[in-house]
Design a protein around this ligand. Structure first.
Ligand code: GAR
Length: 212
């Protein structure tokens, strides 16, 4: 079976990228292959993780682009050149326009460090999400993987996992636990589920062609 070609878009440390790499090695992701990593931050450690795993990578910097549409055109050229079929946003800290997201309907997934619809949308990213959860006083938080559409964190939910808040949690301890107990588990599982679905659709199309 031909595997779904995956691109992972990153901006930072890339622990979610690492979880995907490890899951592919462990056979948890078996319907897809990570074929490209794109960073919008020059020295993101995620790029070193890609290199160590032997995965091709590229950097697209906003400041080197004329505007958002130029930035997205550059992303599209890279994605096309690598025949990418599934885009995974793994700590990618840049909002994509409707013209980009509508081009890849149900082909972009994102991991967010809360139980959507809590603590999500514009302005909620990284540590800020955990600060907000703690200051609100919720007793349970978690992570969500969802399809990406034109609404920030507004696309259909694929998977969620809850994480209990502890009395002495700081934003940092909570972030670490949400990553370990939720994000690094549900992102690879969602990635496999969506890759499998895309691979199935491809087989269906091929079968239809050969029947004609
Ligand atoms: C992760 O916690 C991810 O859920 C979050 O940024 C972190 C990236 O860490 N993403 C968002 O907040 C997006 N709204 P990583 O680079 O180590 O994977």
């Amino acid at each position: 079976m031909e595997k779904t070609r995956i691109a992972v878009l990153v901006s930072g440390g890339g622990t979610n990228l690492q979880a995907l790499i490890d899951a592919e090695r462990a056979g948890i992701i078996r319907s897809g292959e990570i074929s490209l990593v794109i960073s919008n931050v020059k020295d993101a450690y995620a790029l070193t993780r890609a290199k160590n795993a032997g995965i091709e990578s590229a950097t697209v910097l906003k400041r080197e682009c004329r505007d958002q549409s130029d930035f997205e055109d550059k992303l599209v050229s890279l994605l096309d050149a690598h025949k990418i079929e599934l885009i995974v946003l793994a700590g990618f800290m840049s909002i994509l326009s409707e013209s980009f997201t509508s081009r890849y309907k149900r082909r972009i997934i994102n991991v967010h460090p809360s139980l959507i619809p809590a603590f999500c949308g514009k302005g909620f990213y990284g540590l800020r999400v955990h600060e907000a959860a703690l200051s609100y006083g919720v007793k349970v938080t978690g992570a969500t993987v969802h399809f990406v559409n034109e609404i920030p964190d507004g696309g259909e939910i694929i998977m969620q996992r809850a994480v209990k808040i502890r009395k002495n949690d700081t934003p940092e301890t909570l972030q670490a636990r949400v990553m370990r107990e939720a994000e690094w588990k549900i992102l690879p599982l969602s990635c496999e589920a969506v890759s499998k679905e895309i691979a199935k659709q491809k087989r269906g199309k091929l079968a239809m062609k050969s029947a004609l």
